[in-house]
Design a protein around this ligand. Sequence first.
Ligand code: HEC
Ligand code: HEC
Length: 323
Amino acid sequence: MRIAIQSRGRGVLLALLAGLLPLTGYAAASADWAFPGCPLPPETPAADAEKPFSVPGSARTASRAELAHADVTVDWFPEEHAPLPPIVATRPGKAGCGYCHLPDGTGRPENAKLAGLPAAYIVAQVRALRDGVRTPVRPDWVPSKYMVQFAGGLDDGELEAAARYFAATPARSHVRVVETRTVPHLEVRCYTYGPGAGAALPLGTRILEVPVDVERFEQRDPHTEYLAYVPVGSIDRGRRLASGATPGHPACAACHGAALAGDEALPGPPLAGRFPGYLFRQLYGFRSGARGGEAAAPMRAVTAGLTDSDLVDLAAFAASLAP
Ligand code: HEC
Ligand code: HEC
């Protein structure tokens, strides 16, 4: 899904179709795999852009042209969540929260699941991103860049309404975590991966997230299912490391709750059933210091000395748990 945002008058236009790039030439050490780019999409023929379509189970229709306008979120399943606060539904000249995080807060691999996060945590993170206390691991990676930009210019009422809404929305996961040594041929899609034609590829020490149906992903269908390919043995290694049994490594549950499902009385947000690529990027960001400030200090200590492979294991384990 493309988040290449071009201003056109007051509107914000997002090109929708993803192009293709072969998934080769990745330097394993640099974790480039966690930041897939967005090849230029092929042009949509004008006639197709206006053609209405729907997604399975939805009673409404939309066109590609409508979906491309990020300032108004297409809400495929309004009956599945409470009424959207205005800032989640629409934001003139920018994008409402629901455009990227989806109206039910399910999120997408390139951003974050917000449903079920504590409201105070959501408010604190948006402010930390706005103020540069939390910087993305790669500030130039387009999804992160726009979140930082869009964290600005919100008034307290808008931010609090969005936070209350997402906190009250139950978290769901449509991601199946699959351990494997090789993956079917994959290509870089827009900030994620998609099936491609060619030979199977070695997974190595990576997490590769792939929508099962790329078209539904591009249509921003919140029911889109994903496979997250993770290394063989990573879930068990992550479980052991998270358990606190390894000297010098505290139990994640102490701050993130039993089964990592969070607990309002504890300082850490829920981790269970969230996108593993997102979790990996955050662990990476704590370790590098990109996520700064006092609130992130415990996580900088937790991640100090962990290898990229440890971070992959922890992310795979947490993502494999039910939200
Ligand atoms: C253009 C897409 C986009 C829009 C619009 C957007 N976000 Fe985000 N958001 C992201 C991305 C990408 C991240 C991950 C940032 C990172 O760490 O790199 C993110 C992260 C977050 C996080 C951190 C989640 C966590 O678990 O720590 C919160 C909270 C958040 N967004 C809230 C909001 C709210 C509230 C709005 C509406 C006012 C909003 N976002 C609008 C893309 C977007
Ligand atoms: C001493 C308490 C503590 C322990 C132990 C701890 N965490 Fe955290 N964790 C936190 C806090 C607090 C935050 C929120 C940080 C912030 O506000 O920036 C957090 C945030 C995170 C995030 C980012 C979530 C998001 O929504 O962006 C991840 C991922 C994470 N922790 C993973 C882990 C894992 C895995 C372990 C065990 C290896 C662990 N944590 C152990 C306190 C802890």
